[in-house]
Design a protein around this ligand. Sequence first.
Ligand code: NDP
Length: 254
Amino acid sequence: MPNLKAILSPGAGVDHLFRDPALPRHVPMVKVVQERMTRGIVQYVVLHVLRHHRHMPAYQAQQRERLWQELKQPGAWDRPVGIMGLGTLGRASVKALADLGFRVAGWSRTRKRIKGVETFAGAGEFAAFLGRSEILVCLLALTPETTGIVNARTIAKLPAGASFVNLARGRHVVEADLLAALDAGHLSHATLDVFHQEPLPPASRFWSHPQVTVTPHRAGNSDRLAIIDQMLDAVERLESGRTLRHRVNTRHGY
Ligand code: NDP
C-alpha cells in the first residue's frame, strides 16, 4: 500500500498491528482514547482492588461453608497496591485508588510524577515495586519487553498472599506460572479479563480454579460511535495538515 497515509486502530491496544513484520513504521498510527473506555477501566480496577482488599473471594468461600469468621481487615492506607503501566488507563486508575485512600504505587518505562502516588521506573526498580505490591494490577502496553513479564520469577517477588488483576493483555502473563503460584498459595487470587486465547477455551483450568475470577475481555466499555467520531477527526486532521491526536510511538510499539 504505497499510498497509505495513516493507520487508525479501532482499539486502545495496538500490539496486534506490531505483530505484522510488514508494518510500515513510518506511517503515522493512531489509537483510540475514550473517556468512556477510561471510566470503564477505572471502575473495573476499583471494583476488583476493593474486592481483594475486603477479602470478598474468601468471604464468598466461607459463605458456601456457612462459616461466620471475621478476617483481619487492614485499612486502605495499609494496603499497598501496585499498578504496572502509567499510560492513559494506569494513570486514571492510580488516581482513583489514591482518592480511596490506598497506598498506591505505579511502575512505567519512563519516570512519572503523580501527586499522592509512589512511582517506580524501568527494569532497575521493578523488583522494589513488586516487593511492596500486595495487590498487583497490570495495565501495561504489550510489547516484546513486556510479553511474559508476569512469570514465576516476578511473581515470587510479590509478598506472600498477594493478589493479581490483569486487564491489559493475556500475553503479559505466563499462564502456567500464574496457575502454579495460585496452587502453591503464594498468590491468593487472580482476576483475569484477558487471556492468551480468547474466548478462553472450555478446557482451561482458569474456568474452574477456586482462586480465579474470569471475565470475558469486557473491562473497558467502548462506544462504537465515539470510535467512528475519533477516526473521522483523525482523517480530517490528516487532510488539513493538522497534528494527529493519540499518536502511537511506532519506535516503542505502543
Ligand atoms: P498506554 O500506551 O497509554 O500506556 C502503556 C504503559 O505501559 C505506559 O505507562 C508505558 O510506560 C508502560 N510500558 C510500556 N513498556 C514498558 C516497559 N518495558 N516497562 C515498563 N513500563 C512499560 O496504554 P493504555 O493505558 O491505553 O492501555 C493499557 C493496556 O490496557 C494495554 O495493554 C491495552 O491493550 C489494555 N486495554 C484493555 C482493555 C480491556 O477491555 N481489558 C481495554 C483497553 C485497553 P511509559 O509511560 O513510560 O511510556
